[in-house]
Structures are given as structure tokens and as C-alpha cells.
Ligand binder design. Structure first.
Ligand SMILES: Nc1ncnc2c1ncn2[C@@H]1O[C@H](COP(=O)(O)OP(=O)(O)OP(=O)(O)O)[C@@H](O)[C@H]1O
Length: 292
């Protein structure tokens, strides 16, 4: 059983120009998937880059298995797999050539590299297309190449930043299953603004907004925070605008008898409203609504 641990202690980051992107972030990561949720601009990518040793925080520290990554970055880099938010490939190479290039950069060569490349292509479902030029790959296939390169060194720490952008629903689902499989003995950090991306895989959730950590706990705890505050009822088309402007509308479903609305509210928002069980999206929306 792995005992890897990543600890973020009182991290602040202010960009040149004065924008404070991270404010006093402290977090502990253990093996399993941590879903890092937050709206655009929350600071997720900045935190990911700090964890990947690509940005130095203005203050605070990060340690990997007890070693400060500012002082000993190579300890972490040797076991790190990182898929950045913007991942570029060389269109003229095929997937195998591209992975061989990146394996060499990571110091993996010869037979070990060949075997590992096949294993990684297999893990991401690209074993049959490894000889096709990347220029012919769809967005989802490119993302899978991105995951494959992050897995080349069999990382103990896997950081994936907004990995499902541009994926179709099937690819999204396949990706969620892949992440779940990979997390068995690794620390996996998956940042996204889409709650359903982490629903299947995350054992821990952290929520950031405006540079601050608003929540860290289990999915069950985030769901519980919205329990008793989720209401549904059916309105007519003509009433929808009023519900939208007066309530925190988190869902609407068109049905033959009208529009079924889902609203977050401390007290019953309408005489017809009935309380329903909360889901992870409700917990997230409730938290962010409370934060504004
Ligand atoms: N190099 C930079 N210089 C100045 N400000 C920056 C820089 N990089 C990011 N920011 C700002 O810092 C804040 C956090 O950005 P960050 O990319 O970490 O957010 P995010 O949660 O990953 O959002 P997104 O999903 O939109 O990338 C944003 O307001 C962003 O505009």
C-alpha cells in the first residue's frame, strides 16, 4: 500500500501586476482522486502549476513525502505525471513517435521505453491508432495522448488540468473510468469546472473560488451541505423567467405538463415546491452561491 503524501501549506501567489491568484491555501492529498472544482479564474491552474514545480509560490510551501519541493524539486519531478491545461502535440509525428520523443526527454529509453509506450497507449485505448499521425487525431484522441505521456514514468503523482475540455460524452465517460482505474495507488489531482467530471472518480473534493479554498472534504459532505435546500416543482413556460430571476435555478426539464424546475433555497420557494434529495452539483452550487 502506497503512503505517498502531498501537502500544501499556507500557499499564496500574487502575479506580477498585483493579481492575488491564491490566498492562504492549505491542503493535504493522499492516494486516490481529488477533484479540484472551481469556476474559471478560481486559481486551479495556478495551484496545479505550483504542485508541478513550474511556478514558485509567492509564499508558503509544498512538500512531497515530507520533502520541500522548492528545495528538492527533482524528488517530485521524477514521479510526476502532468497534463497541462493547454497541451500541444507535433502533428507530423505519429502517437508512438511522439511518446518515444517525450520518453527520451524523461530519460526513459530503449526496450523499457518501447514496452512502456505500448502499455500507455493500451491504457488510453490508442493501441490500434499509434501509427497514425497526430494531425489526424480528434480533440479527444489528443487528450488521450496527453494522458499517455503523463503516464510514461508510471507516476506516483498525476496532475491533470481541465482534461475533459473538448471531449464528447463517450470520451468523457471513458476518461472518467480511466482516471478511476489509475487512482488505485497514486495521488491523482483532477481540476475541472464540470462537476460530473469528478462524480465517478473523486474520493475527495476541493472547491476553489476567487483564489480561496472554500471546501475540502468527501463528496458526501459536499452533498450533505445542500440537503434540505433542494426543491422541485412544475411551472408553466410563462412563469420560468420569474423563477430564473428570483431564485437560484440549478436545473430545468421540459415535460408535457410544463417545466420541472430545480431550485436551491433555505426555505420552501413556492407552495408547490417539494424537497428532493441533493446531488453533488447542488452541493457545489450551494457553496458557490453562499460564497457570493
Ligand atoms: N501569468 C499571469 N499573470 C497575471 N494574472 C494571471 C496569470 N495567470 C493567471 N492569472 C489570473 O489568475 C487568476 C487565476 O487563474 P487560473 O488560470 O489559475 O484559474 P483557473 O481556476 O485555472 O481558471 P481557468 O479554468 O479559467 O484557467 C485569474 O484571474 C487569471 O486571470
Amino acid at each position: 500500500m502506497s503512503t505517498h503524501a502531498l501537502t500544501v501549506h499556507a500557499v499564496n501567489h500574487t502575479f506580477r501586476g498585483g493579481h492575488r491568484a491564491l490566498q492562504d491555501i492549505s491542503l493535504q492529498f493522499a492516494p486516490g482522486v481529488l477533484g479540484l472544482l472551481g469556476p474559471n479564474g478560481a486559481g486551479k491552474s495556478t495551484l496545479m502549476r505550483i504542485l508541478a514545480t513550474l511556478t514558485k509560490p509567492t509564499s508558503g510551501s509544498v512538500s512531497w513525502n515530507g520533502h520541500d519541493i522548492a528545495k528538492e524539486p527533482d524528488r517530485l519531478r521524477a514521479v510526476l505525471g502532468y497534463l497541462p491545461q493547454y497541451f500541444g502535440v507535433y502533428d507530423s509525428l505519429d502517437a508512438r513517435e511522439f511518446l518515444a520523443f517525450l520518453a527520451a526527454v524523461k530519460g526513459i529509453g530503449g526496450k523499457a521505453a518501447r514496452l512502456r509506450i505500448e502499455a500507455c497507449l493500451d491504457m488510453v485505448g490508442l493501441a490500434d491508432t499509434g501509427d497514425r499521425r497526430l494531425g489526424q487525431f480528434s480533440g479527444g484522441m489528443r487528450q488521450r495522448v496527453g494522458i499517455a505521456q503523463a503516464l510514461l514514468n508510471d507516476p506516483a503523482l498525476l496532475i491533470v488540468d481541465e482534461p475533459t475540455v473538448g471531449l464528447d460524452p463517450d470520451e468523457r465517460l471513458r476518461f472518467q473510468h480511466l482516471i478511476t482505474d489509475l487512482a488505485a495507488d497514486r495521488v491523482v489531482i483532477l481540476s475541472t469546472h464540470i462537476v460530473s467530471d469528478v462524480e465517478a472518480s473523486a474520493s475527495q473534493i476541493a472547491v476553489m473560488a476567487a483564489g480561496q479554498l472554500r471546501f475540502h472534504g468527501t463528496p458526501g459532505q459536499l452533498i450533505a451541505s445542500a440537503e434540505g435546500r433542494v426543491w422541485e416543482w412544475t411551472v408553466q413556460e410563462s412563469d420560468l423567467a420569474a423563477v430564473r430571476s428570483g431564485q437560484t435555478l440549478v436545473g430545468s426539464l421540459r415535460r408535457p405538463d410544463g417545466i420541472r424546475v430545480r431550485v436551491l433555497s433555505e426555505a420552501s420557494p413556492d407552495p408547490l415546491a417539494r424537497p428532493v434529495a441533493a446531488c453533488l452539483q447542488d452541493g457545489y452550487s450551494w457553496l458557490l452561491q453562499g460564497a457570493h
